[in-house]
Design a protein around this ligand. Structure first.
Ligand SMILES: C[S@@+](CC[C@H](N)C(=O)[O-])C[C@H]1O[C@@H](n2cnc3c(N)ncnc32)[C@H](O)[C@@H]1O
Length: 319
């Protein structure tokens, strides 16, 4: 079908097909039907979405591919799994079954870590705990060329994707539990960044894409408040950081106060603060490791709750 069907100009035919696909995706409850229909059309044609208006030829194979992928999206297979990749800041990650799809809200979290790493003289050491696809670590390595970046991931399935994404980068990938990671870097890290699992046991996950495709170990944060993994990550972050080093961690929009409280209860942190994402929702907490011998600047930061917390950590997370 080189010049459109039955004399219909190619561009008119293409946009009619995209319009029909968008309507079908909308009926299936897909949240961004037009965007996804255009992405799928572009993927079927092997071009970026920005070039759809320049298409001059549609072949039968591309049309068949488009019908097939629209049908897959209608049953709520994630767009990123269908096209095999997800954008994150200025990098592109390969994604698929077994790995968490990087989210736009995490770009702000990575951005905070990148800004702090840029402030460090020399070669900042940055650690991404719970790296998943490697998104945050890769973005840091991409945007802070002088940084030495380490990434840690527990899940064997996710590690397959992280290895692939980080293969040609400077990021050093480590398999293991973030809560005991990198003993060789204790006290030597400038920035620890993490987007750990944080959904509580009774949390509501409604999107079929998340329920059926994001791995459970990437979602459920353990403990009644969903913050057990995050607590362990925060504790490890403090051990890894040099005095004055900084920690940034993502959380659910309803957990801002709880994460600030848990950091203050852990002690050893100053400048504990919570921040919104671009949609204005509470999204990530930050803190600076207290300088050795310096006075605590945060209320409660002198209270050592580590013994209490240690007993509540579920060390079987993700096994
Ligand atoms: C919400 S996903 C985030 C992935 C990635 N950082 C991102 O933002 O796209 C959480 C990740 O933490 C991993 N994970 C869960 N528990 C872990 C642990 N104890 N140690 C290391 N990684 C863990 C999961 O396998 C998953 O890849």
């Amino acid at each position: 079908m080189p010049d459109g069907s039955a004399g219909v100009p190619v561009q008119s035919l293409l946009w009619a097909l995209v319009g029909d696909a968008a309507l079908a995706l909308e009926s299936a409850g897909v949240p961004s039907p037009r965007h996804d229909a255009e992405e799928l059309a572009a993927w079927s044609l092997g071009i970026p979405r920005s070039r759809l208006r320049m298409v001059e030829m549609l072949d039968d194979e591309a049309l068949a591919r488009f019908r097939d992928v629209v049908a897959r999206r209608e049953v709520r297979e994630p767009l990123q799994h269908i096209i095999g990749s997800a954008p994150f800041r200025y990098v592109e990650l390969a994604v698929g079954p077994g790995v968490f799809i990087p989210r736009p809200e995490t770009e702000v979290v990575a951005g905070w870590a990148i800004d702090r790493a840029r402030e460090v003289a020399g070669k900042p050491v940055v650690v991404d705990l719970c790296t998943g696809s490697g998104a945050i670590a890769l973005a840091v390595a991409d945007e802070v060329p002088q940084a030495v970046v380490h990434a840690v991931e527990l899940s064997a399935e996710a590690l397959v994707w992280a290895r692939r994404n980080l293969a040609c980068s400077r990021v050093v990938l480590h398999a293991g539990d973030a809560r005991q990671a990198l003993p060789e870097l204790v006290g030597a890290v400038d920035v620890v960044v993490s987007n750990p699992p944080y959904i509580p046991a009774d949390g509501q996950v409604r999107e079929p894409e998340v329920l059926a495709y994001d791995p459970a170990v990437a979602l459920w944060g353990l403990g009644p408040d969903g913050l057990e993994v995050l607590r362990g990550v925060a504790r490890r972050a403090q051990e890894l950081l040099r005095p004055g080093g900084v920690f940034v961690v993502e959380h659910a929009d309803v957990q801002g106060a709880a994460v600030v409280d848990l950091l203050r209860e852990q002690g050893g942190w100053t400048e504990v603060a919570d921040h919104p994402d671009l949609a204005g929702r509470d999204r990530f907490a930050t803190a600076r490791k207290q300088d050795a011998g310096g006075p605590p600047t945060d209320f409660m930061s002198a209270v050592d709750m580590s013994a209490v917390d240690t007993h509540s950590v579920d060390s079987s997370a993700g096994e």
